[in-house]
Design a protein around this ligand. Sequence first.
Ligand code: SF4
Length: 373
Amino acid sequence: MGHDPGHASPVPPRSQRGEFTVATDHYRWLDDGRLECTVCPRACRLNEGQRGLCFVRARQGDELVLTSYGRSSGFCVDPIEKKPLNHFLPGTPVLSFGTAGCNLACRFCQNWESSKSRQIETLSANASPQRLALEAHRLGCASIAFTYNDPTIFLEYAIDTAIACRERGIKSVAVSAGYMNAAPRAELYAHMDAANIDLKGFTESFYKKVALGSLASVLETLEYLRHETNVWLEITTLLIEGYNDADAEVAAQCAWIADRLGPDVPLHFSAFHPDFKMRHVRPTSAATLLRARTIALGEGLRFVYTGNVHEAASSSTYCPGCQSLVIERDWHVIGAYAVSDSGACLRCGYELPGVFAGPAGSWGARRLPVRFS
Ligand code: SF4
């Protein structure tokens, strides 16, 4: 099912352990007879039949398995700017998909219907890696994005899909919180072309209280991606007023990015909308995002964007060489575009950081939900 006749798959076969269930490598035995998952710092310790916090990794006999291989919570063709990635094949369509579960437990989750879903039985069962690559190709997508929930927890499925997509000239994008251990991280990102990492705040207390995670491991992922891979990296911070938007915290985050990652990594400040367990918190205003952007620019970051609000000026790209507007964006729609096919400013020749290949795409703001027959 889902295979393209006449197109040999480059995806190496996985050891099946049941329907939609495959063997994994990332676990170790503990002295007390439990198995510890080593995919993320959560380090779930499992007895027979138990599932990890992410719900999709489980103990089955003497091994840990992934139980959501080949199943998806839905598909949609989006503009790449919606991931958000502003310096990666601008204007092109991306096939977005995800599965169920998540390895963080953010109280403010903006996508909790799928990330918190334990209903994996209701997922589409028609999403083999080969089928996803075929559909992305058929739909004219330049890339596929592992999003809606975090590819960390389904890395084997994401890797195989990326391999099948690369065979068809389609790039792969991870949208992740970056809460992941070193070995599986290297395995996953060897197959990715771009990543948007969600940096949820800049204090350990915020991570611990609100996301049940740790800041240090996310910062490690950011440094790894920037310095040890060729994956194109952008960062998103969802600002929540009164929680992670203090001037000093934003300034510390931006200074760290400038110092440790460099000023060319784009940073997106995104607006919170009341959701999940934080429905009592007010939505983030455009003024708060603009204040954060001003702080970030003051710390030397060159590409700082606002998201989830209608602010065209702060969603657009300006050339660091001549300060002119080079990519105009309005709700993910590209307007003026003064960039060469290889990513240079047409006015002064400054090479913009990112992945540029030809003229801008013309997908626009459309969201096209897709059902695979
Ligand atoms: S990936 Fe899932 S099972 Fe593994 S440690 Fe993280 S939350 Fe636990």
